[in-house]
Design a protein around this ligand. Structure first.
Ligand code: SF4
Length: 327
């Protein structure tokens, strides 16, 4: 598989200012040294609690925010070198709340055709035909074209949002919590649709969610983020079978086990994530970690090898996996 997207030491820091003089009061390290590769045709999950930096990372990838450090390469080329219109065609986003992401005053037809209109693609008749074809692709009847967002169910609205994202034939679709605003039964239908579209159209997904169960259903690999950093990266199968980082273990504990005969050991997440304005020294997870050691409070753990995963070294940023002295 070839790399579609490569992130190298990507960082985004926000300076917070306040007071009468507007002086800088601190820096929020929303994304702090993230390196990832997303292969063409792959679905990579980005999972973590609210505020861990996953949505900021998505905005950096889409070129919607500038980087403070690091590099992002898309199809082998630095994203800052891509013409903006071309990057918009190649990368699309599906948002969490389809109701607020769809213009309530536009019909479904106009919403789905809008990217084609903006990019001046096709004649009016061709755009109309393409719009109807896109509605069919996402499982909506042509008669939906004349409706408005408030006349659709939540699942139908998200299908419209997906159709709009596909209009320009993107190579990468960033799905930011695409099912978390939907009822559980509708979630399953939209996830099946996304899976089916990836296979049929050869799409690549970056799939962002706070829910490891959702990500586990649709992704081949999962990156776990905590306070702006990726702390574990593994195949979805390996991560869900045996997470190595204590934070990944705690996230997995929240996922229900369908087989009552195979309950897993529960490790509840303790407390709230620390303020990103004042992150703890050392491992940022140490105030919540049941395995904390002295070194965890002083030094950020580098990536330690924790075994093999589909033929590659599996890595986790955790001192528990440091090689024993003398190894
Ligand atoms: Fe816990 Fe230490 Fe590992 Fe951090 S490095 S997750 S505090 S054991």
């Amino acid at each position: 598989m070839s790399a579609l997207l490569e992130l190298m030491d990507v960082a985004r820091h926000y300076r917070i200012s306040g007071g009468v003089l507007g002086l800088t009061q601190g820096t929020v390290r929303a994304v702090d040294g993230v390196s990832l590769t997303l292969n063409a045709g792959e679905s990579l999950g980005l999972v973590g609690e609210s505020g861990c930096g996953k949505s900021t990372l998505a905005r950096l990838i889409l070129g919607l925010e500038p980087l403070d450090a690091g590099t992002i390469r898309f199809q082998g080329r630095d994203i800052t070198e891509w013409p903006e219109t071309e990057l918009r065609r190649q990368m699309q986003m599906v948002f969490q709340d389809p109701y607020s992401s769809l213009n309530p005053r536009m019909s479904v037809r106009a919403i789905v055709a809008e990217p084609l209109t903006i990019h001046k693609i096709g004649t009016r008749a061709e755009r109309k035909a393409k719009t109807l074809a896109l509605l069919g692709t996402v499982g909506l009847d042509a008669e939906m074209a004349g409706r408005y967002p408030h006349q659709l169910s939540g699942g139908q609205r998200q299908r419209v949002a997906v159709a709009r994202a596909l209009a320009l034939g993107p190579a990468l679709v960033v799905c930011d919590e695409p099912v978390s605003a939907l009822d559980v039964s509708i979630q399953a239908q939209v996830l099946l649709l996304l899976q089916d579209l990836r296979t049929r159209l050869g799409l690549t997904y970056l799939f962002i969610s706070h829910d490891l169960a959702v990500v586990g259903q649709i992704c081949e690999r999962i990156a776990v983020m905590y306070l702006g950093k990726v702390v574990e990266l593994a195949s979805a199968e390996a991560l869900i079978r045996e997470p190595k980082h204590p934070y990944a273990k705690a996230l997995l504990s929240a996922v229900p086990v369908p087989d009552p005969g195979h309950q897993r050991v529960r490790e509840q997440l303790r407390g709230e994530p620390p303020s990103p304005l004042d992150p703890p020294p050392g491992c940022p997870y140490h105030p919540r970690c049941p395995y904390v050691m002295d070194i965890c409070c002083r030094e950020f753990p580098p990536a330690f090898e924790t075994g093999q995963d589909t033929g590659e070294a599996r890595l986790a940023h955790c001192w528990l996996h440091a090689p024993a002295k003398g190894d």
